[in-house]
Design a protein around this ligand. Structure first.
Ligand code: SPV
Ligand code: MG
Length: 456
């Protein structure tokens, strides 16, 4: 290890190490030797990567082990956030090196921060706020880069285990009390899952995507023209999930309604695990299940606490993988049983082995869910909590995360929106007795043909 005071700083995730990384490290080495400085790599931690991108394939220690064997590097330190600010103030490098790809797009935010810190550290070298002599940007390797490698990997598909374990991985990266919410979107078919998989927005230095899918009993039933009363059997629903898994790589949470009879639930757990589902949610109701958003307008009965705990225990005993999760859904607020009942049940279910809880509400305001989260998090800072803000839709996922919720499920929106779109076009064709007027409401045939790889 060189004992030079000065350092050349390179931050990287180094998840899929490729020639582009080596090129940057070689340049860092040459510059450092000339400047009598050491090469310090700020290795992005798992949670730093998850701030802006999907989780790394390899964990921090695995990535560190690879870099430790490169002679080009003198020292590796963790970079705990995607922002360089903290490490730059500590290290005060004489040179920061990065690929020039961050000059545009959502990473530009971090580049601006680096330039600002360098201006603060070396004000005498002021050259305007869009660059700094102590920042060296290397032309991006267009023929080999992490995005291209990731795309190629995704096109190969994902193993059952890798997909299944992804939810726990995501949860580990974003612990309470202030969780980065895991955003889950309802999907009821392969095409809706492709839309959910590929949707993204880029802003404030972050790329935001849905983290996974919700197999909703409501939309799975409705898309088959059946009521949401546990009438669609597991085999049919697994067929849909298999179709979804064939074309996507994100994890899926399965809505198993009541979970059925204890004796049947243990088989469902095994089937879901085998398919690569990450978690099952079962609700504490009994008898003929009705959709929760109907509340007390229909006859719905909550299950006895001990009986439901037995179901959770049986499920946990049946499970063969470490990664699969059984999440207990509490219907106390739906059925006007109050906060105390909801909390009592939450702790009983966790004691019985539930890996997480879901608190549901049908109020227009998020208040009762926020009250629950506050009381629950005072006693339990670890157990994952799921919320489904269908009726209380003004609150953002970020706000729910700040209140202590880990997983936010948008439970029915793709089916509901497609229904409106399809109904409008069906009616319009009849009204005009031709399709011309409806063309602007449809995706073009050219686009639809190019949507799915392999069509043309
Ligand atoms: C579902 O999506 O099927 C659910 C959520 O269980 S809810 O419809 O709100 O009950
Ligand atoms: Mg349901």
């Amino acid at each position: 290890m060189k004992s030079y005071e000065k350092s050349v700083y390179v931050a990287m995730a180094a998840d899929l190490l490729h020639a582009g990384h080596i090129n940057i490290l070689k340049i860092a080495r040459q510059k450092a030797d000339k400047l009598k400085a050491k090469v310090v790599v700020g290795l992005l931690t798992d949670s730093a990567i998850a701030e802006v991108d999907e989780p790394a394939f390899l964990d921090y220690n695995q990535r560190k082990e690879v870099l430790e064997n490169l002679k080009l590097i003198d020292e590796i330190i963790p970079q705990e956030t995607f922002s360089y600010i903290y490490n730059l103030h500590i290290i005060k490098p004489i040179l920061v090196i990065h690929g020039d790809d961050w000059q545009s797009g959502y990473l530009r935010h971090y580049r601006n921060e680096v330039i600002e810190v360098l201006h603060a550290l070396y004000p005498q070298q002021h050259t305007g706020m869009d660059s700094h002599p102590n920042l060296l940007e290397i032309p991006y390797s267009h023929n080999i880069n992490a995005l291209g490698i990731k795309k190629a990997l995704h096109s190969l598909g994902i193993s059952t285990n890798a997909r299944q374990s992804r939810l726990r991985k995501l949860l580990a990266l974003t612990p309470p009390p202030h969780c980065r919410p895991i955003r889950i979107l309802e999907t009821h078919s392969a095409i809706s899952a492709l839309i959910a998989q590929n949707a993204y927005v880029e802003s404030n230095g972050k790329r935001l995507e849905f983290d996974g899918f919700w197999s909703s009993s409501l939309t799975d039933s409705t898309s088959r023209g059946k009521p949401d009363i546990e009438a669609v059997e597991l085999t049919s629903r697994l067929n849909t999930i298999n179709e979804i898994f064939e074309v996507t790589s994100k994890p899926l949470i399965y809505d198993a309604d009541t979970g059925g009879k204890i004796e049947h639930f243990v088989f469902s757990v095994r089937s879901l695990e085998r398919t690569g589902v990450s978690a099952v949610i079962i609700e504490d109701k009994m008898g003929l299940k009705k959709n929760s958003l109907l509340g007390n307008d229909v006859e719905q009965t909550q299950e006895d606490i001990e009986v439901f705990c037995d179901k959770i225990r049986a499920g946990k005993n049946a499970q063969i993988t470490q990664d699969f999760m059984i999440i207990a859904r509490i219907e106390s607020l739906i059925l006007d049983k109050g906060q105390e009942d909801a909390l009592k049940r939450a702790f009983a279910y966790i004691n019985a082995g539930a890996d997480g809880i879901m608190i549901h509400s049908r109020q227009k305001s998020p208040d009762e869910v926020l009250t629950f989260l506050k009381a629950f998090r005072e006693k339990d800072s670890k157990t994952p909590v799921v919320v489904v803000p269908t009726s209380f839709n003004e609150i953002t996922a970020k706000e729910l995360g700040e209140a202590g919720a880990n997983i936010i499920i948008y439970a029915n929106h793709l089916l509901r929106s497609s229904f409106v779109a399809m109904q409008k076009v069906a009616q319009g064709i009849l009204e005009f007795d031709r399709s011309k007027e409806m063309e602007s409401s449809c995706m073009s045939v050219k686009e639809i043909l190019s949507l799915i790889p392999g069509t043309i």
